[in-house]
Design a protein around this ligand. Structure first.
Ligand SMILES: C[S@@+](CC[C@H](N)C(=O)[O-])C[C@H]1O[C@@H](n2cnc3c(N)ncnc32)[C@H](O)[C@@H]1O
Length: 256
């Protein structure tokens, strides 16, 4: 577990190859002084990926639209996205919806086939058996038979892409801190056990805590030295993964 201080564009490329990269940069959506887009990191991250690696980038749709050219020129291909739904959010504009979600989008190297990318399908066991009765009488179209069928016989089923996780409001050490439970899902999906995670915009070190708890190796980078020190202390205080570690908590989003 290593926390580096500096600009990720300078510090991180030499630390790879990474099995998985987390990129949670400032989104550049507001006029706040710290919320400035970081140019050029995507290509460096892509080049620091292992051949089977992928990068998960947090952002808003607006930030991804603004970065579309950069993503393509960096040699990255879209894989999928999840929506993180949180219990509270931000009302940037009084005349628009209150925003209670953020996106995380997965990209992989455009010179690598998706079939070669490390990917563990996440499932939940919350499917419930459901009996559906067919209407009697002549069907409107086709040949629907009378009677009933059972639509599901219980889990597992594919995890849903909209994942509810409470944000760290009230106990966060960073203003845009991401929930560890959410990060753990992405880690289990895209980084092999004992694989190397690169956290290019580490902030509070939430990714480091998740990596330590799930048995992944971690290199984080944060430009703010004081925040990096707090993140480092937080990660050091996390119980490391062992074969005797308790099973993970029920996944956020498991209940529908
Ligand atoms: C959105 S926050 C990350 C929050 C983090 N994922 C968490 O859960 O706590 C972005 C962080 O990137 C840092 N940062 C901004 N530009 C950077 C750069 N060029 N290199 C490294 N860190 C940078 C900021 O100081 C800020 O802490």
């Amino acid at each position: 577990m290593t926390m580096l201080v500096g600009d990720c564009r300078t510090v991180m490329p030499d630390q790879g190859p990474f099995d998985m990269i987390f990129g949670d940069p400032p989104y550049g959506d507001t006029s706040l002084g710290w919320d400035r887009r970081v140019e050029g990191w995507l290509e460096l991250a892509r080049n620091a990926l292992a051949q089977s690696g992928s990068v998960w980038v947090f952002g808003s749709l607006r930030s991804f639209l603004g970065a579309a050219d950069e993503i393509r020129l960096a040699g990255l291909r879209y894989a999928q996205e999840i929506v993180w739904e949180k219990q509270n959010g931000s009302a940037f504009h009084a005349d628009r919806f209150k925003r209670v979600h953020e996106l995380a989008v997965q990209f992989y190297r455009s010179d690598a086939p998706w079939s070669g990318i490390y990917n563990v399908v996440q499932t939940t066991s919350d499917a419930t058996a459901r009996t559906v009765r067919r209407k009697a009488g002549p069907p409107h179209t086709g040949h629907i038979e009378r009677g009933h069928y059972v639509s599901q016989d219980g889990g597992p089923r594919l995890m849903r892409s909209v994942i509810y996780a409470r944000n760290c409001h009230g106990r966060a050490i960073h203003p845009t801190e991401k929930p560890v439970g959410l990060i753990e899902i992405l880690l289990r999906t895209s980084c092999p056990p004992n694989g190397l995670v690169g956290d290019w915009f580490a902030g509070s070190g939430a990714v480091g805590e998740a990596a330590r708890a799930t048995g992944r190796r971690y290199v984080g980078c944060e430009i703010d030295a004081a925040m990096a020190a707090r993140a480092e202390a937080r990660i050091a205080a996390t119980l490391p993964f062992t074969s005797a570690s308790p099973a993970p908590d029920p996944l956020p989003g498991a209940a529908s």
